[in-house]
Design a protein around this ligand. Structure first.
Ligand code: ADP
Length: 302
């Protein structure tokens, strides 16, 4: 393509607002720039606006107002060209049930501009990497929830687009499949791909991202590296220990500003068994946003 991937931000969002037809204000006013090569995790409770935000980036939804540029391309006026730079996990409804897993990947590869042989080779490589080789000839409609989810990730990755936009790429996957998907996303990041993904799994955000954005009530409430976000908290250490002895000691948690302060507490109380660590992303999220991220969803299958 004829534009400058290297020097333009991958994504630049200014003054973004999305109001649905029924009046729901899902994105209130969002400014957000993602540089090339960044891997950004979008975290937020259910209903925070994550999907609405991502679907505007992918050009599926039009902003009510504000602008979105993808590598300098206007996501509304040049939606077609912008879309060609992106690999996107499609909505489940956008999946063709009667195509086989391989046909589906090949089709998306062709749409990304790969020739026939290249699309076939890329599909086979992805089926292998996603541990779906045995499913290559099965129709997508007959696959399990977890297998379909992995196909969706494959559809985003095929053709190695410079920008990946992944809405909850591993929801419903068992831990093993989640790691398989993480490895593929990490590989893409390693080759300079820009990635923006939403997730409910804090471990996923910690593992895959170089930058974390918290969205709440349609607004960006914090944005930075995990270390930078952690640094905003006055209390940076978390001590968990068991209070009392006997068969049912009470689990307790305390937070401290300094490591020395925590050690003093442990010494003063003669606490024998404890865990002392820097605060987790969950603690940081709760402290900044003031709500919990939402319960973990149960595994769909496998
Ligand atoms: P998240 O992905 O963080 O769970 P969503 O972007 O799905 O959040 O939703 C943000 C808000 O917009 C919620 O209040 C949700 O109910 C509302 N919403 C989402 N989709 C629609 C729609 N098609 N029409 C009206 N309201 C919607």
């Amino acid at each position: 393509m004829d534009f400058d991937y290297e020097n333009l931000p991958a994504v630049r969002v200014t003054n973004l607002v999305k109001r649905y037809k029924n009046g729901t204000l899902a994105i209130r006013r969002l400014d957000f720039t993602v540089r090339k090569g960044e891997a950004v995790a979008i975290l937020g409770a259910n209903g925070a606006g994550k999907t609405t935000f991502l679907r505007q980036l992918t050009t599926e939804l039009k902003p009510t107002s504000g602008t979105i540029e993808i590598f300098g391309l206007d996501a509304v006026r040049e939606a077609g060209r912008a879309k060609l730079t992106m690999g996107v996990t499609p909505q489940e409804a956008g999946v063709f049930e009667t195509l086989t897993a391989r046909e589906h990947l090949e089709l998306f590869g062709r749409l990304k501009g790969l020739g026939k042989a290249a699309a076939r080779a890329a599909s086979d490589e992805l089926l292998e990497a996603l541990e779906l080789r045995a499913e290559a000839k099965k129709t997508v409609g007959t696959l399990s929830g977890g297998q379909r989810r992995r196909i969706l990730v494959g559809l985003a990755l095929i053709g190695a687009p410079p920008l990946l936009i992944l809405d909850e790429p591993t929801t419903g996957l068992d831990p093993q499949s989640r790691r398989t998907v993480w490895a593929l996303i990490k590989r893409a990041i390693g080759t300079g791909t820009t990635v923006i993904f939403s997730t409910h799994y804090l471990e996923e955000a910690e593992n895959l991202s170089t930058r974390i954005a918290f969205i709440s009530g349609g607004e960006l409430v914090a944005d930075g590296s995990l270390a930078a976000l952690r640094a905003r908290l006055p209390q940076k250490y978390r001590l968990s220990y068991a209070n009392g002895s006997g068969p049912f000691p009470q689990p307790r948690v305390e937070f401290f500003e300094t490591f020395a302060g925590a050690q003093q507490f442990i010494g003063d109380r003669r606490i024998g068994e404890y865990q002392l660590a820097t605060v987790s992303l969950e603690n940081v999220y709760f402290s900044i946003v003031g709500e919990r991220i939402g319960e973990e969803r149960a595994f769909e299958d496998e």
